[in-house]
Write a protein that binds this ligand. Sequence first.
Ligand SMILES: [Fe+2]
Ligand SMILES: [Fe+2]
Length: 220
Amino acid sequence: MQERLQSFVHVLRAFERAEVEFDPIVGKHAKRVGELAAEIAKVAGIPKDEVELVKWAGGLHDIGKLGVPTPILHKPDLDEDEWAKMRSHATIGEAILLDISPELAPIAHMIRSHHERWDGSGYPDGRAGEEIPKCSQIVAIADAFDAITHSVLYVREARLVGDARKAIGFQAGSGYDPQLVQAFETVLETQQRRRNIFGLGRLRFQSRPSVDDIEVSDVS
Ligand SMILES: [Fe+2]
Ligand SMILES: [Fe+2]
């Protein structure tokens, strides 16, 4: 896959760029999601060549939003039809990648399932537990973490890393695979240890003390 992937890298980069041009905040979020997802994947023992695919799936997880009308993307309260359109971004994203080439199916399928939840309440297929591709769950955790800590779309205000970690930890076993939540926590701890070594202090983002009103399931 690694070699075959190389022949599509320029197209994937073009889509990444299109995402940044379309909305710089969302584009940067996607890039960070790809990087964090790759870190989690390594700790979770995902094979090396698949880690590269997870990075792309994270970086392009919301590429399907190019197919969702802009007013819907920015509207805070969506009616049922609008939610259906919004939710379609997962399958549109998969279709875009498959249109580039069927060879990109592994990344496309990861994107399709990035809103599935461990308890089966997600979309588009309502898969549960091990039925959900592991790499999609990794992208979902990275997506939630980055959206909470950087205030992307539905998360109204950026929170501390610790708050985001707790919010995701609360959903181990309901939203996310508990083992992958563990891997995510290990990544955060390793990043913090590195910061300590270089005297950089705590991982920081804007603060808000409580996690009570964080709806991780709202993260899109
Ligand atoms: Fe996202
Ligand atoms: Fe999404």
